[in-house]
Design a protein. Structure first.
Length: 282
């Protein structure tokens, strides 16, 4: 990696941010492509997000990723948002434009779809029903992605049904809400199962679900990547399903930001994956 006085600088804002794998990811690409630049972590407390984002053009910084808990605050702070950020209601990638204004987007939906296609080439959303577990911020991005991919039916289940109903009202068809207690029956005929909850994450409660009704050629995606192989993914592989872990989405959602800041479309491959996995978990 080369850094001179002309280096392009970008980073990631979060609180905390020390656990983020994004610096390891982006700096791998900078080194691979010989780009004069750096990607750094910005530890920004919630009360300072707006000021920190406003300082980016003054410091000559090209932009930043935004992670928990700042995505909604960034949505409010940028000068312009693209349509997908508007629909998701959160910004995770900020670009400083030539006129010093801030443009915000959300690349989580893109990363989700690209992760599926990386493990099942040719995957299309119109292949059949999808089941989505959870109704938080990650679920919003997944629902937008599946709607745009042409999913004929999205079965949404959350432990608190009211939250799921709120998303159905916000996004509309083809989302249908089912009771959490019906999560196993909802798998019947599904072509895709996505866990957007923290259930199954290290330190969290397990995700209690049997996959007996899920077709064996379905795709199962768990956005959790700590641990990388969750019990859900292990069960999916045992059943013969294609399993997609959360790291794959993280890698692909980073591509648009890197291309916008550093001017090079990056590649996601096994070398990148191995490098990021070798870093601190978080």
């Amino acid at each position: 990696m080369t850094i001179t006085g002309q280096a392009v600088i970008a980073g990631v804002m979060g609180w905390p941010v020390a656990h983020s794998r994004s610096p390891r990811l982006h700096n791998f690409w900078l080194d691979r492509y010989g780009i004069d630049g750096a990607y750094v972590p910005f530890a920004v407390p919630p009360e300072a997000v707006q000021a920190a984002l406003g300082a980016l053009p003054k410091l000559g910084i090209a932009g930043t990723n935004v992670t928990i808990p700042h995505k909604e605050a960034a949505f409010q702070a940028v000068d312009v948002r693209d349509p997908i950020a508007e629909r998701i209601g959160a910004v995770n990638t900020v670009f400083v434009r030539p006129d010093t204004t801030l443009a915000g987007t959300n690349t989580d939906a893109f990363g989700f779809i690209e992760a599926l296609r990386s493990r099942r080439p040719g995957w299309t959303g119109d292949a059949g029903p999808a089941v989505v577990l959870g109704a938080g911020g990650a679920a919003r991005a997944v629902l937008v992605a599946l709607q745009d991919a042409g999913a004929p039916e999205i079965r949404l289940l959350n432990r608190t049904r009211d939250r799921a109903e709120g998303l159905r009202e916000a996004f509309g068809p083809p989302i249908v809400v089912a009771e959490w207690s019906e999560r196993e029956a909802a798998l019947d005929g599904a072509r895709l199962l996505v866990n957007t909850t923290v259930l199954g994450m290290a330190g969290a409660e397990p995700l209690d679900i049997r996959l007996d009704a899920l077709p064996r050629d379905a795709v199962v995606n768990d956005i959790v990547y700590t641990p990388m192989e969750t019990p859900l993914l292990a069960a999916a592989r045992t059943r013969g399903c294609i399993a997609v872990d959360g790291l794959e989405m993280l890698l692909h959602q980073a591509r648009p930001g890197f291309a916008g800041w550093f001017g090079r479309e990056p590649e996601v491959d096994d070398a990148l994956r191995d490098h990021v996995m070798a870093g601190p978990a978080g």
